[in-house]
Write a protein that binds this ligand. Structure first.
Ligand code: RBZ
Ligand code: NIO
Length: 349
């Protein structure tokens, strides 16, 4: 357990809330754009907030033993192929990131492939080839989990040192909605039936099978899920543990985070369990179609900026929401104050 994370600057939050209330707009008219502007202002420690020029996404990639047991609509060979596609800048999230000026870094924590020919920095933090099949074995040993967690922290420190004003987390790994759903169920004390979704789009029969494997994983892990790091090692994966370390470090480093879909939000839930208060540094980019993501957002008290029926992952929903945050910044920076527009009140006789 880390120490409690202090919240974004309360005095600046109050100053930003006062500025929002004084803008030349009707009270409350900016809705959640107003709230997001106040949150960013507090997270930056300056009112009004600075423009978001340095937005950086890290995509954590890894394979999952359970993916070989009929839980995904696609084969595990897609994972290394997509890592290469991120490197080439040709994935779904690459197009969005290019459109919105977001820096993308992809990291292999546990892809079941050596990724020959891919730049060495992509595989520099690799923990193992494929994490364990969680319905029959732990995803990681305690030592592997500690290495993955530290890798995530290191990467967040590097991104912050590179000037990140806002960090995003993304995922790549066929089968990853299975461990992510199991992690959310374990954290919220829910049965598999309430958290399991269709991921890449499995049919009814595969959904029922996936749900049974999630429940088998939860039953296997038993009481060990009471400890968040034990739960991550039993039910997660190298990439999900690293994502959690990355989110904890961002919050501890005082850098706000825009979350993505199920994997990102499941890890945010664990970041908050490990480092209470971390979630105050997180905003939700979008609502994905996965039930576990909505449940985890609710637990974290986060309302997503977008709801587009998106179920891609890769950080795509977070990147798509970056213009919403930039809109929030522009409003708080550039709108006149109502008091400045009004003629001074006439002198009383
Ligand atoms: C071509 C392709 C690109 C992707 N990009 C993200 N995902 C997403 O889908 C996967 C999770 O869904 P499931 O648990 O059902 O396998 C992850 O790789 C996730 O990143 C993709 C999936 C595919 C097939
Ligand atoms: O919630 C997500 O991000 C998601 C959903 C389905 C498949 N991949 C990712």
């Amino acid at each position: 357990m880390s120490a409690v994370v202090p919240p974004p600057a309360p005095a600046v939050r109050a100053q930003a809330a006062e500025r929002l209330a004084g803008l030349a707009t009707p009270a409350g008219a900016l809705g959640r754009l107003g709230d997001l502007g106040v949150w960013l202002s507090a997270a930056q420690g300056v009112c009004p907030p600075a423009p978001l020029d340095q937005v950086r996404l890290v995509i954590f990639a890894g394979d999952h033993g359970v993916a070989r047991h009929g839980v995904s609509a696609y084969p595990p060979a897609i994972t290394p192929a997509m890592v290469r596609t991120f490197v080439l800048g040709k994935a779904g999230v690459s197009a969005l990131a290019a459109a919105h000026g977001v820096h993308v870094r992809v990291l292999d924590l546990g892809v079941d492939d050596d990724l020959d020919g891919v730049p060495a920095d992509v595989t520099a933090h690799k923990v193992r080839r494929g994490s364990g099949a969680i319905h029959v074995e732990d995803a990681l040993s305690a030592d592997e989990a500690a290495r993955a967690y530290d890798a995530g922290r290191t990467v967040a420190r590097e991104e912050i040192a590179a000037g990140a004003q806002l960090l995003l987390s993304g995922d790549m790994g066929i089968g990853n909605t299975t461990p992510a759903a199991a992690l959310v169920a374990a954290a919220l004390g829910l049965p598999a039936a309430e958290v399991t979704g269709r991921g890449t789009g499995v049919d009814d029969a595969a959904l029922a099978h996936k749900q049974a494997l999630v429940q088998q994983a939860l039953d296997r892990a038993g009481d060990r899920v009471a400890d968040p790091l034990d739960a991550l090692a039993a039910l997660g994966s190298a990439d999900l543990v690293a994502t959690t370390g990355y989110l904890v470090q961002a919050a501890e480093g005082g850098v706000p985070v825009l979350l993505d879909g199920l994997m990102s939000v499941a890890c945010a839930l664990y970041a908050e369990r490990i480092a209470p208060g971390a979630a105050a540094w997180f905003a939700a980019g979008h609502r994905s179609t996965e039930p576990a993501q909505a449940l985890a957002l609710e637990k974290l008290g986060l309302e997503p900026a977008l709801d587009l029926g998106l179920r891609l992952g890769e950080g795509s929903g977070a990147v798509a929401a970056v213009p919403v945050l930039r809109s929030a910044v522009a409003l708080l920076r550039d709108v006149a104050l109502l008091a400045d527009l009004m003629p001074p009140a006439p002198e009383q006789p």
